[in-house]
Ligand binder design. Structure first.
Ligand SMILES: [Zn+2]
Length: 878
């Protein structure tokens, strides 16, 4: 039975109290008041614009206070009171606290334990996937929640920080015909008047607010069996059950592999995987993971290898979080890397263990190369960046946290040894199960099993931004040894300083005296020596063994030539890709000649492995339009066709029966590359014919080639093709097909058509969560259209902002400065700067994104000046 209180208006009552603290907190709530559990009751009706809530929070007021601040956003609070354990009820007035807080003010100071009772109303968003929101599928609304990082406060007044980890008891009042799911199994269900029912759920284990979740709607339920005692279900919008068959097979197998790794059974009573029709994320809510529909579901007839790989890696990621993040939770957002880097590292590890033929270790190398590029900017975050504002929380969900963090974990695993590292992970989980932990706790557990303190080495990567470059010289004197030196890798034109030092576990691999050697040494100083165990000097040596290290290698003397001789066939696939990635990066830092790098392309373009061919194509991308004068573009295209053309022509656009997955993946990369960058007329004409036929018949192209065919056809297409694509996209009900059509609409090289595609962003034809990225950033790929998005944003900012959602990790608006991302001159830089400088302050995470973009423009400008002449000289041969 709950005591009901007088209704109080939702206004600031500041003048009524001699208040010591009517100012809301700046960022954090502090520890004067602590919650010990929540009971939440929400009335949720799909299709309705709002919901009603009642929350009872058991709190301990440790410092007597006349006002209690909680997190709350866009909630209309109608009643509040504190019911102490030992004295009479104290009604509370509500004090407005800006965007993130609500204050509960009392006539006299309150203290001790009791229940804070709050009745309120909130919004169910339709265009943002944050807080409580709803999405439509086949005419039906479905309600979901998404609280990470700071949106639980849109669903209930709460202590919305990860360190407050307590049990939750959820009760959902929903329409009688709907299914309601939450973190825990249902306890009871009872019908009410008015077509509603009350669903009570079991009390949860301790959870931070950001992991609480629920969903309500006309769902169908797919049984995915059990792992141990854990029942697994896939919860899908009505009618989609048959599209969940691959998910229902993959999820139990991946969960089993995770249990084996952690040595701890899955920590919750059940695991539901819930499908959201639109949204660009998956979320690891304890026992109730949410996934975007395109990732989790596929019509078996239209499924692709790419989708299956995405599903496996995303599921492995979110399920790894059930231990790393949910069972043990980061104490504060500065350590969110512990969650995200770990889960990102696990996704390729576990999905790769499940399907070794996918070579996901190479995928991890490519992700590392991408993070290294971002990390070379002086505006890059640290993995463990201090959190001083909500901007910092929004920025914390970036590639540095995920991909650099994962690469650094991979480096330490490889250095310490896989088995020992796993033991350290298990120890860490055991020590902190059910609670919170920090980076130091993790380091302590790994150090215990490693038998050495690894904190100094790991901290040098966590608390310092930037990419180390290790220069390696082989000295074949009496004792073979390596001369090692390190500096910060900085792109041409960077204003940064090279003087920073890391404690880098450098691991090298080589063959000598008929035996394979792998040796590691920590490089702490600017210069050092590494005496090799071998007696005979090796002919070849990889200075980043297995490509698991997070450092760029600058090979001196003949080392690189030796490595790349014989088309690098003596190297593993990951090493071939990693070494080519190093060459590419060294061209950017001015340490390797672009002409020499381009001369490597033919050897690796012929590689049997598609990932190596992709790396060779990336290297050919050095001939990008910015660095090459217009009159030489045709020569650059000829270079691409001469080297890759025959192989692309042999593959063609059309899949052949009985082909391997590797051949299909090679086709996906190579054929559109030769058509687009090489301008290969025959392939372009074929793409257009296939695209037009597909638009009529929805046939003639294998599912994995639909997107590249449509994109290439659009790139060289005319107004007529644009109109066909646009009306097809507007009429399409299938999310994945619509995604392909939108991607094609963002691929037109004709600037008028690129502009016409952007107009769709401010029409009401598409959800911005689907249309924003392909339409706004697609045109940045070509010199002809790169001005179009910025011009469009300048002219339509207010209209655009009205369409843009807020989603996990912050506002879409924070990404708007990236429309300047492919400019390469000072005057555009200054226009981007002056347009966005003040505005980005209103978009959570925007200021740092603007800094990144401005730095990218500066670097491109400097690189063009430095590399241009040599690229021109190279192209004269073609
Ligand atoms: Zn994650």
């Amino acid at each position: 039975m709950r005591v009901f209180f007088a209704i109080l208006p939702c206004i600031a009552l500041g003048s009524a109290f001699a208040a010591p603290a009517l100012e809301p907190p700046k960022l954090r709530l502090g520890d004067a008041v602590e919650p010990s559990s929540y009971a939440v009751q929400l009335t949720l009706v799909p299709g309705s614009e709002s919901f009603q809530g009642v929350v009872d929070i058991h709190i301990d007021v440790r410092t007597p206070s006349q006002i209690i601040w909680l997190n709350a956003a866009q909630l209309e609070i109608s009643a509040a009171a504190f019911r102490p354990e030992t004295s009479a009820v104290e009604p509370a007035g509500v004090v407005a606290g800006g965007n993130d807080f609500a204050g509960f003010a009392f006539d006299r100071p309150i203290a001790g334990k009791g229940v804070l009772h709050i009745a309120y109303k909130g919004k169910i968003s339709r265009n943002s996937s944050s807080g409580i929101f709803q999405l439509k599928e086949s005419g039906q609304w479905y309600i979901y929640s998404q609280f990470e990082p700071t949106d639980a406060r849109r669903a209930f007044p709460c202590f919305d920080e990860p360190g407050f980890k307590v049990p939750w008891e959820m009760t959902l009042r929903v329409p009688r015909d709907d299914l309601a799911v939450a973190n825990t199994p249902m306890l009871s269900e009872s019908n009410e008047a008015g077509g509603m029912k009350t669903v009570k759920f079991k009390v949860s284990p301790p959870l931070p607010s950001y992991l609480v979740a629920f969903a309500v709607g006309h769902f169908d339920v797919v049984d995915a069996g059990k792992v141990g005692k854990t029942p697994l279900r896939v919860i899908v919008p009505r009618g989609k059950a048959k599209e969940a068959s691959y998910a229902a097979t993959a999820i139990p197998q991946l969960l089993k592999l995770l249990e084996n790794y952690f040595g701890i059974p899955y920590p919750y009573e059940k695991l539901d995987s819930v499908v959201m029709p639109i949204s660009n994320f998956a979320m690891e809510n304890a026992g109730l993971i949410t996934y975007e529909e395109n990732m989790l579901l596929a019509d078996p007839k239209r499924d692709t290898i790419n989708r299956q790989q995405d599903l496996a890696t995303f599921c492995a990621h979110e399920m790894a979080h059930q231990w790393f993040g949910d069972l043990v939770t980061t104490a504060w957002w500065n350590d969110i890397w512990l969650n995200e880097a770990f889960a990102t590292w696990m996704e390729t590890k576990i999905a790769g263990e499940w399907k070794p033929e996918w070579h996901l270790d190479v995928t991890a190398v490519n992700a590392r190369i991408g993070a290294m590029h971002q990390d070379s900017l002086t505006s890059a975050r640290k993995i463990r960046q201090p959190i001083l504002s909500n901007d910092d929380i929004a920025n914390a969900f970036d590639d540095i946290t995920y991909e650099k963090g994962a690469a650094v974990i991979r480096m330490f695993e490889s250095w310490i040894g896989e088995d020992q590292f796993r033991e350290g992970v298990r120890l860490y989980l055991k020590q902190h199960a059910g609670g919170n932990a920090t980076a130091s706790d993790f380091e302590a557990a790994i150090s215990t099993v490693a038998g050495r303190n690894i904190a100094p080495e790991l901290d040098s990567f966590l608390d310092q931004a930037g990419l180390p470059e290790v220069t390696v010289t082989l000295d074949c004197g009496s004792d073979p040894k390596l001369e090692l030196s390190q500096k910060r890798a900085l792109p041409i034109g960077s204003p940064g300083s090279e003087g920073e030092l890391w404690k880098i576990p450098v691991c090298v691999a080589y063959e000598s005296d008929g035996a394979a050697h792998r040796e590691c040494q920590v490089l702490s100083n600017a210069h050092s020596e590494m005496i090799l165990a071998a007696k005979t000097c090796p002919a070849r040596l990889v200075a980043n063994a297995g490509e698991t290290g997070y450092y760029l290698v600058n090979y001196k003397g003949d080392l690189l030539n030796q490595l790349l001789s014989d088309q690098g066939r003596h190297l593993g696939i990951a090493e071939r890709v990693g070494v080519l990635g190093d060459v590419d990066a060294l061209v950017s830092t001015g340490d390797y000649s672009p002409g020499a790098a381009l001369r490597l392309v033919p050897d690796f373009a012929a590689d049997p492995n598609w990932q190596v061919v992709e790396a060779a194509a990336d290297l050919a991308g050095l001939l990008k339009a910015d660095d090459v004068p217009d009159e030489l573009h045709s020569k650059a295209a000829r270079f691409v066709v001469r080297i890759f053309g025959q192989r692309a022509a042999d593959l063609g656009w059309t899949a052949q029966p009985g082909e391997s997955d590797d051949t299909r993946l090679l086709r996906q990369k190579l054929v559109p590359f030769v058509a687009s960058v090489g301008g290969q007329k025959e392939l372009i004409d074929q793409a257009e014919r296939l695209a037009r036929n597909w638009l009529k018949t929805r046939g003639g192209i294998s599912p994995d080639m639909v997107r590249p065919v449509l994109e290439v056809a659009a790139e060289f297409g005319n107004r007529d093709l644009f109109d066909l694509l646009r009306s097809a996209a507007i009429q399409e009900n299938d999310h994945r097909i619509r995604e392909n059509l939108l991607s094609a609409l963002g691929s037109f090289r004709d600037s008028a058509l690129a502009r016409a595609a952007l107009e769709l962003l401010v029409s009401n034809n598409f959800d911005a969560r689907e249309a924003f990225y392909p339409l706004l950033f697609g045109p940045l790929a070509y010199p002809e259209t790169r001005d179009v998005p910025f011009a469009f944003v300048r002219e339509n900012l207010d209209k655009l902002l009205a369409h843009l959602p807020r989603e996990v990790g912050g506002d879409y608006a924070a990404n708007l400065p990236m429309v300047g991302g492919s400019f390469c001159d000072a005057s555009h830089r200054s226009e981007v700067d002056s347009f966005f400088r003040q505005r980005v302050r209103d978009y959570a995470g925007g200021p740092r994104n603007l800094e990144n973009v401005l730095e990218e423009i500066d670097l491109c400008t400097a690189e063009r000046k430095k590399l241009g002449p040599e690229l021109v000289a190279f192209l004269q041969q073609y």
